[in-house]
Design a protein around this ligand. Structure first.
Ligand SMILES: C[S@@+](CC[C@H](N)C(=O)[O-])C[C@H]1O[C@@H](n2cnc3c(N)ncnc32)[C@H](O)[C@@H]1O
Length: 213
């Protein structure tokens, strides 16, 4: 098991409390989900889904007829996701343990159905995967032609008070994120109709775009 995955196995029980979701990261998550332009019944692949903080806002858009297929390397993070009320009451949720840089498992392909995902979401995950371009390629290969894809991720803050910028750096360091990764570049390079959000003094970057048809 890779070092960062082991780290997430250990912090899974307290992740929601210590991740800074409500004070810092929630608006980026909601922006990325909005950028996917989900509809009732949409099938969504979530790479590095963690404890499933995306579940409720996605369910509000896709409804019980939609699908949430979450992939994560950490069993403990997935276990937390599976306990969320949105996951328990929603028949369209499948949580799959696996490495996002590896070829997709049969379970993942089956959960997405033969046509692939209508949308792909990566929230605060790619920047802590060493070979994030491989994870990006694997993820978009699972999207149908013309799927929407959103990357929500972090870099050091460029604006704002010095203590806030220091906290942003600390959050990246403690979470194992590479401050130089800037994985949203992939959306800018490979997609059309790109929506952009620059939040929290530039610390949180969101890009959502359309894959080639
Ligand atoms: C910072 S957490 C973000 C979790 C969730 N997306 C969120 O927004 O709260 C990063 C997640 O990426 C997962 N992860 C790290 N490397 C991975 C890999 N190679 N394949 C799949 N998941 C991975 C970790 O287990 C962890 O759950």
């Amino acid at each position: 098991m890779a070092g960062r995955t082991r780290q997430y196995e250990l912090i899974a029980p307290v992740y929601d409390l210590v991740s800074g979701e409500w004070p810092v990261y929630r608006p980026g998550r909601l922006a990325g989900i909005a950028g996917l332009r989900l509809r009732p019944g949409s099938r969504l692949l979530v790479v590095g889904c963690g404890t499933g903080l995306d579940l409720r806002p996605v369910h509000e858009r896709v409804g019980d007829g939609g699908r949430f297929v979450g992939l994560d390397a950490s069993r403990q993070m997935l276990a937390r996701a599976g306990r969320r009320p949105a996951a328990r009451g929603w028949p369209g949720v499948t949580l799959v343990q696996g490495d996002a840089t590896a070829p997709p498992s049969g379970r993942l392909l089956e959960a997405l159905g033969g046509d692939g995902a209508d949308a792909v979401l990566c929230t605060y995950a790619l920047s802590l995967i060493d070979d994030w371009p491989a994870a990006w390629r694997a993820a978009v290969a699972l999207g149908r032609p013309g799927a929407r894809v959103a990357v929500v991720d972090m870099q050091p803050a460029q604006r704002g008070p010095r203590p806030a910028r220091a906290l942003a750096r600390l959050a990246m360091w403690s979470g194992g994120a590479d401050p130089a990764a800037r994985p949203w570049r992939a959306v800018e390079e490979h997609c059309t109709d790109v929506d952009r959000w620059d939040l929290r003094g530039g610390h949180v970057q969101v890009r959502a775009g359309t894959l080639p048809g």
